[in-house]
Design a protein around this ligand. Structure first.
Ligand code: NAD
Length: 367
């Protein structure tokens, strides 16, 4: 059953990590390393079942392959999940145990932050392995990638508004933002700076209140976010929120947000297209964080990062062009762009070269 699942998704390697003393239960999934070592964040979440955790890591890691490919990066796709409650189950031992598992892969997998994980957790991982990005600036890292992901999302939004409305005036439009965590909050700030009307929701009531008090947003109940009369729906929480139940409720002409795996199924993606909604493919839009951490290999440089992030605008433009050229939905066009690059670059590699892990320049691992 397990190998059937992995065979179906095309994964190269799936590693189950267990350390009873540290209370660690984690899964690392390496989807594809044709373009380079697999880089992708670690998510910590109280999954209801182990199967749910496995499904999530398989989906997310595949997404990373496509994200890196579409973004022009020399990276493959991987991701990890830690099964546990980020509010109660974190410890130094847990993250160091996890770091040892990451290290055992010798750079085939490089980790970073994702939902439920912050830069402090990564400091513990860094004690055990150099194959971690998004570490604090004091270690020569790039820090929390979330503001960059938010900035990149706005670059993708500009390109999407252009296709939907023929202009890029962010402030002219209204937004329903689901999830105001690390990325969502920064994204909302950027929208509000441009004068946009923004509705927000989150299970974290304090974060919502901050948006209302400090940023002038309007709060709506969790389920009401789908009914907001807005131009843009921006999922910035978890995946699968564009589904058969929510899609008929959406009034937005544009779906553009930072969350991974926004479309519950491919069928929903086709339905989105049929309804005339312009969907900005999630992994192309939210690549800012990945771009930012990828620069750590050569010694972090913020200017280079911002330049790369502005490239998201052009990547989106290319995806919309492919969709038009081939008469396919935008989510398929993004896949096509990624697959074509993986195939082309895969062909120019000599056989048996493999992908050893990168060497990190200008980084320290001490305190
Ligand atoms: P986060 O944990 O900081 O924020 C997620 C927020 O969503 C939290 O505030 C949480 O309370 C809220 N949330 C969870 N379920 C919700 C629900 N049902 N309704 C409303 N709110 C809900 O995570 P993040 O780093 O901001 O990431 C957000 C999304 O963006 C994720 O899908 C992540 O995979 C994706 N992403 C993040 C980065 C990054 O740089 N952090 C990069 C690429 C993609």
């Amino acid at each position: 059953m397990l190998f059937e699942t992995i065979g179906h998704t095309g994964h190269e390697q799936v590693v189950f990590c267990h350390n009873r003393d540290a209370g660690l239960k984690a899964i690392i999934a390496i989807h594809n390393t044709v373009l380079g070592p697999a880089l992708g964040g670690t998510r910590m979440w109280s999954y209801a079942t182990e199967q749910e955790a496995l499904n999530d890591v398989l989906r997310l890691s595949r997404g990373m392959t496509f994200k890196a490919a579409v973004s022009g990066l020399n990276l493959g796709g991987g991701k990890a999940v830690i099964i546990g409650d980020p509010n109660t189950d974190k410890s130094e031992a847990l993250f160091r145990a996890f770091g040892r598992f990451v290290n055992s892969l010798n750079g085939r997998y490089i980790t970073a932050e994702d939902v439920g994980i912050d830069v402090n957790d990564m400091e513990y991982v860094l004690k055990e392995t150099e194959y971690v990005t998004g570490v604090h600036q004091v270690h020569g890292g790039s820090g929390d990638p979330s503001p960059f992901t938010a900035y990149g999302t706005v670059q993708g939004l500009l390109a999407t508004l252009n296709v939907a409305y023929g202009n890029e005036d962010v402030g002219k439009y209204s937004y329903a933002v689901q999830g105001v965590g690390h990325v969502g909050m920064e994204y909302v700030k950027l929208l509000r700076e441009r004068g946009a009307k923004v509705f927000v929701t989150d299970i974290n009531k304090d974060a919502v209140q901050r948006c209302v008090d400090e940023l002038g947003c309007e709060a709506v109940a969790l389920d009401e976010i789908y009914d907001c009369d807005v131009d843009v729906y921006s999922p910035c929480a978890l995946g699968g929120t564009v589904n058969e139940k929510t899609l008929p409720r959406l009034k937005a002409k544009v779906i553009c947000g930072a969350a991974n795996n926004q479309l519950a199924t491919d069928e929903i993606g086709v339905e989105v297209e049929k309804r005339g909604i312009i969907y900005a493919p999630d992994y192309a839009v939210n690549a800012g964080g990945l771009m930012n951490v990828s620069i750590e290999f050569d010694g972090y440089n913020r200017e280079r990062a911002m330049r790369m992030m502005r490239g998201i605008y052009y990547n989106l433009g290319q995806i919309f062009q492919i969709a038009k050229r081939d008469g396919i939905p935008t989510f398929k066009a993004a896949d096509r762009m990624a697959e074509e690059r993986i195939a082309a670059i895969g062909k120019i590699k000599l056989p048996h070269m493999g992908n050893s892990g990168p060497r990190f320049l200008g980084r320290s691992r001490g305190q």
